[in-house]
Design a protein around this ligand. Structure first.
Ligand code: NAP
Length: 276
């Protein structure tokens, strides 16, 4: 398949390299020149890549932050051709998909998706297509989706070695992601920020390291994603605060029986996620 990738950051460059290795012809665009030149030098981006090539491909993958995806489409949509499929990899969907659906030309189908894999580091130099191995792949349908788009996205998912594929709408996606991805990042950073002891660094163990790994966060990207999904995220923060308050009460009143029941229930629930 001929594919055009917009944005050679962590996800865009990892897609580009992984898809090239699976026999796809990959063209790309990036705001700054270096990643594009480096991708051509390393051989996974076509040497004749230029923005005009966007009209010659089967699939366009938008791999910028949501608001930059919208700006890009607004500026370059005159180059798109009838029959092309557009997708994006963004972490939030409701607002961005609605904006894109408003401006996409007739005759172009658009089905979004979200690769549930990443890294704390960002940019082209962090690229690594092995991060997608066995990761969840969420397809997000919208008002400009054609059923056949899914077949193309399933090829991409298979070639990049993703694991389970789920199909949802944008609202469900944003609710799910508010919990599984955004709340977990909020917890990691607030855990780090709640530290009041000067000796913490010398006293950390695996549990602190495991729980706070994602606090080494890309603050530009995540602050944008949190604000774009404000409503769903605040609801998940409220749910979490309620649970925290409940555990605090159990500890305060020394209700060991209920505390053990609560911990056991959480353990069983978490274990069930490991069963595929
Ligand atoms: N990182 C993750 O864990 C993860 C996981 C799943 C999905 N995603 C989604 O993937 C998308 C890209 O994330 P990423 O982690 O790959 O980001 P990244 O590594 O920080 O790359 C950002 C990309 O956006 C470009 N960019 C930044 N500001 C721009 C602007 N003002 N105008 C045009 N282009 C601009 C950068 O170009 P330059 O090279 O010129 O700076 C680069 O190509 C996001 O929508 C994110 O939600 C990320």
């Amino acid at each position: 398949m001929k594919i055009f990738i917009v944005g050679l950051g962590l996800i865009g460059a990892s897609y580009a390299e992984g898809l090239h290795h699976n026999g796809h012809t990959v063209y790309a665009y990036n705001r700054s020149e270096h990643p594009l030149i480096e991708g051509m030098k390393q051989g996974f981006i076509q040497k004749d890549s230029s923005i005009e090539k966007i009209g010659s491909v089967d699939l366009i993958i938008l791999a910028l932050y949501p608001k930059h995806n919208i700006e890009f489409v607004q500026t370059h949509k005159h180059l798109f051709k009838q029959g092309q499929i557009i997708t994006d990899v963004s972490g939030t969907k409701v607002w961005m998909m609605k904006e894109l659906e408003k401006i996409l030309p007739q005759g172009i189908s658009y089905t979004s998706h979200h690769p549930m894999a990443g890294k704390e580091s960002s940019g082209f130099s962090s690229k690594d297509y092995n991060i997608f191995r066995n990761a969840n792949f969420i397809i997000v349908e919208g008002s400009k989706s054609l059923k056949t788009d899914q077949d193309v996205l399933r090829v991409i998912a298979k070639d990049l070695k993703f694991g389970k594929i789920t199909v949802v709408n944008a609202k469900t996606h944003d609710e799910l992601i508010a919990f599984t991805s955004q709340l977990t990042h909020i917890l990691a950073v607030t855990l780090v920020q709640s530290d009041r002891l000067k000796e913490t660094k010398q006293a950390t163990g695996d549990s602190y390291r495991d729980l706070t790994r994602i606090a080494k966060i890309n603050e530009v990207m995540w602050s944008e994603l949190f604000l774009e999904n404000k409503e769903a995220l605040v609801e998940k923060i409220n749910d979490f605060m309620q649970e925290l308050k409940y555990v605090k009460e159990l500890i305060l009143v020394e209700d060991k029986e209920q505390l053990m029941r609560y911990l056991k229930e959480a353990k069983e629930k978490r274990k069930s996620f490991d069963i595929l």
